[in-house]
Write a protein that binds this ligand. Structure first.
Ligand code: FAD
Length: 387
């Protein structure tokens, strides 16, 4: 075990991903300026690896490093990979093809046919996938979903509604859409939409940060859904509705924390390099930020291990809240420590400041994470050192 609770296998994974992150760093500005240039970066080893990371055994070859192999199907593997690649560029990590959030949903809800079709397609060639919960005017409150799934002809269904801020929505071949079949928490269902079907339309939204991720507005106008596309069809409504959303978010939250941590670490690397000869309080501040990064990394790893062991996401809420606060603090401190007009003089820093803000909103803001954490503490579900 190293200082962050990682064994030799995970340490090797982190080292490899860190090595790959240099290519992502070099590509970051180009992707930020022209998000459609993602096609130019599909052969970078880190991006290629994300294309199949998260696909379970049997569908794709694992990533192999020395005598170790990895499928990316545990939260701990995902956070180690994600933090280190995000140290290169968080935007490129989000812009990469792969199973991403839909993979975690498929793990929870997919039956054999759904898994074969989904993982088979993503393993065959670089394929973008998206996860669509958030709606205009409704936000990401799963209980407030209005997108409707209703019966159509030939035993199938029709999907109607709108989603917003959907990462890669305009690039995706498959989108997992959360929809409503009837009022109440048991009326929420996930469907795997094939974006080639008539009625699916997505356009990219202009964003300040994470431009490569192509957050999109998605329009669903009577999109045909075949019975096989209804995820969790073999499960009871109680196991496939909002419960499944909570399970997915619990498992993904440490990865979002790792993205924010990657931004913080990238900024710290950049700052430490440019202020190598800092003295006095400046040097102390840079060192303090490094200590906070190390402590948050340990918490993120603990959160991932906890989710892998229990499926619960309370520690992950603490980790996500802390990592996002850290990303914001480190980027803003770097603006102060790199002198007047730092953002204008350091385009890399300017981008890191914008990206850190994006991480704060992904998968629930800090306020929502604090609520989740304290509900867990009140219910005696977890003990977290809040200092
Ligand atoms: C980079 C990025 C990528 C994204 N990707 C996706 C995606 O792929 N798929 C998808 O479905 N969505 C995606 N989203 C949307 C994202 O999940 C939501 O925007 C986010 O969860 C916030 O939810 P909301 O918009 O409902 O805002 P709210 O949760 O309503 O928050 C709005 C404000 O109110 C505050 N607030 C809310 N409730 C409380 C409370 N009880 N107490 C105190 N303060 C409160 C919040 O802190 C925040 O400041 C993405 C967003 C971003 C920025």
């Amino acid at each position: 075990m190293n200082a962050y609770g990682l064994d030799a296998r995970l340490t090797a994974l982190g080292r490899q991903a860190y090595e790959w992150s240099a290519d992502l760093r070099a590509a970051a500005q180009a992707l930020d300026e022209e998000p459609d240039s993602i096609e130019d970066f599909l052969d970078l080893p880190g991006v290629r690896c994300l294309g199949t990371f998260g696909i379970p055994p049997g569908y794709a070859e694992p990533l192999t490093i020395g005598r170790h192999s990895y499928h990316g199907t545990t939260a701990l593997e995902r956070v180690v990979m994600t933090e280190n690649l995000a140290r290169g560029d968080m935007g490129l990590v989000l812009a990469a093809p792969g199973v991403s959030m839909s993979g975690v949903l498929m793990e929870q809800l997919g039956d054999q046919e759904q898994r074969d079709r989904f993982y088979g397609a993503v393993a065959a060639s670089p394929t973008w996938t998206s996860f669509a919960l958030t709606e205009p005017d409704r936000g990401s409150d799963a209980s407030a979903i209005t997108t409707a799934l209703r019966r159509g002809g030939d035993g199938g269904f029709l999907l109607t509604g709108a989603k917003r801020y959907i990462g890669n929505g305009c690039r995706a071949r498959f989108v997992s859409v959360l929809a409503r079949t009837r009022p109440g928490p048991l009326g929420v269902t996930a469907v795997l939409v094939d974006t080639g079907r008539p009625g699916y339309r997505a356009e990219p939204l202009p964003t300040l940060g994470l431009r490569g991720a192509r957050l999109s507005a998605v329009h669903l106008d009577d999109v045909e859904v075949e019975p096989w596309q209804v995820l969790g069809r073999h499960l009871s409504p109680a196991r496939r509705g909002i419960w499944s959303c909570v399970q997915v978010f619990n498992r993904l939250r440490p990865t979002v924390a790792a993205l924010a941590l990657g931004v913080a670490a990238a900024t710290h690397d950049y700052l430490a390099e440019r202020r190598r000869f800092a003295t006095g309080t400046d040097r102390d501040r840079i060192e303090d930020l490094g200590i906070r990064i190390a402590a948050t990394r340990a918490l993120v790893h603990r959160a991932a291990a906890d989710v892998d062991a229990t499926g619960r996401g309370r520690v992950a809420s603490a980790a996500k809240a802390r990592a996002c606060a850290l990303a914001e603090d480190v980027t803003l401190a770097a603006c102060g420590l790199l002198g007047p007009a730092a953002r204008a003089n350091h385009p890399v820093l300017d981008k890191l400041v914008r990206d850190a803000r994006g991480a704060e909103f992904m998968e629930g803001t800090r306020n929502i994470q604090h609520l989740n954490l304290f509900q867990g503490l009140l219910a005696n579900e977890t003990e977290v050192d809040l200092r």
